[in-house]
Design a binder for this molecule. Structure first.
Ligand SMILES: Nc1ncnc2c1ncn2[C@@H]1O[C@H](COP(=O)(O)OP(=O)(O)OP(=O)(O)O)[C@@H](O)[C@H]1O
Ligand SMILES: [Mg+2]
Length: 359
């Protein structure tokens, strides 16, 4: 889904940049002969507090993180695809009578007035026909995915990458970017219902995909930070010590068992939010079952996170690896485990599949 496009004439590959509240992730995909693809990828922490509730508070700090990351990971491209925080984007699937492209283009603003709870002058609108519908006699309706993104947020995120020396070419929605990455690496089985979860620091994106088509998206306003905060509140742990507990690394101090039980509880609280979202999906769309959970996002690497999730939901659960079919080169700066990059880079890998001017 293209929301803004640059002025480049030929479609060129883009660098996927996922600006998260705790870390920036970047992925560049290059063909390396035959069907082999090399991913140059990396991530870098952004200073705490520079992005709050999806709003860029300290643009220079975030731009610096992007600039340093691209240099250190040796990512050469400067035309980039970005994703926006969920609060700035509304995606709605709407049904309309079957019509021509021109008719659709003519009536989409009117439809948007009815379905999008933002002033139209404040958003960039985009749409994609998901299902053209049937012939005139049977008249099943046409299904159109309508996306509206706040102009001010697009401008904020575009300004970050511009300050980092890049050209913003495409803006996407994180949940859809992750879905594109999954489609490439895993494929979606016909009729299967897969819940894609991207568990970040302050948000969890849920995208439920049925036979390759997104049927439900939701952004939960909590993530790994909630565990860090619970650990800090419960005792005398510093931010760094709390992060170590989350990563399953031992603490030298006494109180480790207490910390682990606090972490377990905070993890269960997060999973309860996921469960409520699944319940909401089940109530809103028959038959509402989920066949598989694909887990990604940095927080999904947390100690006990995946096993707690497997325990709560009686559904097969796998970790999504955006690099399963690609050879990865590049740097993870300030992170210890390559699995952390694979977990965190799903959205950026999906963004890197975009081309200038595509939709
Ligand atoms: N190995 C690990 N174990 C536990 N937690 C981890 C691990 N690696 C990263 N995290 C946690 O994952 C979170 C960061 O993940 P991610 O990079 O996906 O978030 P983000 O995109 O910056 O956040 P958001 O999208 O919510 O703004 C942080 O809370 C971090 O503590
Ligand atoms: Mg994120």
């Amino acid at each position: 889904m293209r929301i803004i496009s640059g002025l480049l004439r030929r479609p060129t590959p883009l660098v996927g940049i996922d600006i998260g509240s705790s870390a920036v992730k970047a992925v560049e995909l290059t063909a390396a002969g035959g069907r082999r693809i090399v991913a140059t990828a990396g991530m870098r922490a952004v200073p705490a507090g520079s992005i709050l509730k999806g709003e860029i508070v300290d643009r220079s700090a975030v731009a610096e993180a992007v600039r340093v990351l691209l240099g250190a990971a040796d990512i050469r491209g400067r035309d980039v695809a970005l994703s926006l925080p969920g609060g700035a984007v509304i995606a709605r699937e709407i049904t309309m009578p079957r019509m021509s492209r021109a008719e659709l283009a003519g009536s989409i603003a009117w439809e948007a007035e009815r379905h999008i709870p933002f002033e139209l002058c404040d958003v960039n609108l985009d749409y994609q026909v998901v299902d053209r519908g049937g012939d005139a006699e049977r008249r099943p309706p046409m299904v159109v995915l309508l996306v509206a993104a706040k102009k001010t947020t697009i401008a904020e995120y575009a300004a970050v990458v511009t300050e980092a020396g890049c050209v913003p070419a495409v803006v996407d929605v994180a949940a859809f970017a992750l879905q594109n990455a999954c489609a490439l690496q895993e494929g979606f089985e016909r009729g299967g219902v897969v819940a894609l979860l991207n568990c970040g620091a302050s948000t969890i994106n849920v995208n439920i995909v049925e036979g390759g088509r997104s049927v439900f998206t939701r952004e939960i306003a909590a993530g790994g930070n909630a565990c860090t905060e619970a650990l800090r509140r419960s005792g005398t742990l510093s931010f760094e010590e709390a992060e170590r507990v989350k990563k399953g690394l031992s603490l030298r101090k006494a109180g480790r068992e207490d910390a682990e039980s606090v972490l377990r509880e905070a993890t269960e609280d997060l999973l309860l939010e996921v469960e409520k979202t699944f319940d909401f999906f089940a109530a809103s769309r028959a038959p509402g079952r989920i066949d598989r959970i694909l887990l990604s996002g940095g927080a999904s690497q947390g100690a006990g996170f995946a096993s707690a999730m497997a325990g709560r939901f009686d559904v097969p659960l796998e970790r999504f690896d955006p690099f399963r079919r690609t050879h990865v080169v590049g740097e993870q700066i300030g992170w210890r485990d390559p699995a952390d990059l694979a977990a965190a880079a799903g959205v950026a890998a999906g963004l890197a599949l975009r081309r200038t001017g595509d939709r």
